[in-house]
Design a protein around this ligand. Structure first.
Ligand SMILES: Cc1cc2nc3c(=O)[nH]c(=O)nc-3n(C[C@H](O)[C@H](O)[C@H](O)COP(=O)(O)O)c2cc1C
Length: 191
C-alpha cells in the first residue's frame, strides 16, 4: 500500500515542507504502509498548454510530465498538504494536477491544510476538483490553525503537532480503508 504525500506549495520558506514531514513520519511508522513525499519542487512544470490528459491517457508531452505521471501512477492514495492562497488552492498544485488525469482516477485523496481557517476553503475546492478526476475525496481532514503555525515556526520538534495527532490518525485510518477497497476494485474491474 503506497500513500503519497503531495506538497501543495513550492515557495521559499514554505510551511508545507514542515507539514509534509510530520505526515510522512506518522505514516512511515505504520506496518504495511509505504509513504513517500511527492514534492512539487521536484516537478517543475510550465503552465498547462497541452491536449486534455483525460483524452490522451499517459501520453506525456515531455519527460518532466512523464516523471510526474509515472510517480503518481504508483500510489494507492494521496494526502495533499495544502496552503490556502487567496481563499483558493495554490496554482502550482492545480497546474500539476491539470498535466495528469488517469493517474489519480478511482483512488482516495485526503487533505491537511493550514491558515486562518485551517485551509478549509482550499480543501473544499480541492474536493470538488477531485470529483472531476473521478477520485474519492474523503471527509476527514486535518486543519492547522495559526496558533500551531506560529508555534511550529519556533521549533523543529514534531511534538508541536501533538494535539492534531488524533485527527491525523483518523484521516490515515479512513484513507487506508478506502485505498484498500479501491485498489481491490481497480484490479478486479479495470476501467
Ligand atoms: C499568495 C498568498 C495568499 C494567501 N492567502 C491566504 C488565504 O487566503 N487564507 C489564509 O488563511 N492564509 C493565506 N495566506 C497565508 C498562508 O496561510 C501562509 O503564508 C502559509 O505559510 C502558506 O503556506 P506555504 O508557506 O506552504 O506557502 C496566503 C499566503 C500567500 C503567500
Amino acid at each position: 500500500m503506497l500513500i503519497q504525500i503531495i506538497t501543495g506549495t513550492t515557495r521559499e520558506g514554505r510551511f508545507s515542507e514542515r507539514v509534509a514531514g510530520w505526515v510522512f513520519d506518522h505514516l512511515d511508522q505504520r506496518a504495511g504502509t509505504d509513504a513517500e513525499i511527492v514534492d512539487l519542487r521536484d516537478h517543475p512544470l510550465p503552465f498547462f498548454d497541452a491536449p486534455p490528459p483525460a483524452k490522451a491517457p499517459r501520453e506525456y508531452a515531455t519527460d518532466e510530465v512523464a516523471r510526474l505521471g509515472t510517480t503518481l501512477d504508483r500510489a494507492d492514495g494521496y494526502i495533499v498538504v495544502t496552503a490556502e492562497y487567496n481563499h483558493g488552492y495554490p496554482a502550482v498544485l492545480k497546474n500539476a494536477m491539470d498535466w495528469t488525469f488517469v493517474e489519480w482516477t478511482r483512488k482516495p485523496i485526503s487533505f491537511v491544510g493550514w491558515g486562518n481557517v485551517g485551509g478549509a476553503r482550499a480543501i473544499e475546492q480541492l474536493r470538488l476538483v477531485a470529483v472531476e478526476f473521478e477520485m474519492a475525496p474523503l471527509r476527514h481532514a486535518v486543519h492547522i490553525l495559526p496558533d500551531t503555525m506560529i508555534a511550529a515556526r519556533q521549533t523543529a520538534e514534531q511534538s508541536v503537532f501533538a494535539p492534531l495527532q488524533p485527527r491525523l490518525e483518523l484521516l490515515t485510518e479512513d484513507l487506508l480503508w478506502w485505498a484498500t477497497a479501491l485498489r481491490a476494485g481497480r484490479s478486479s474491474r479495470p476501467s
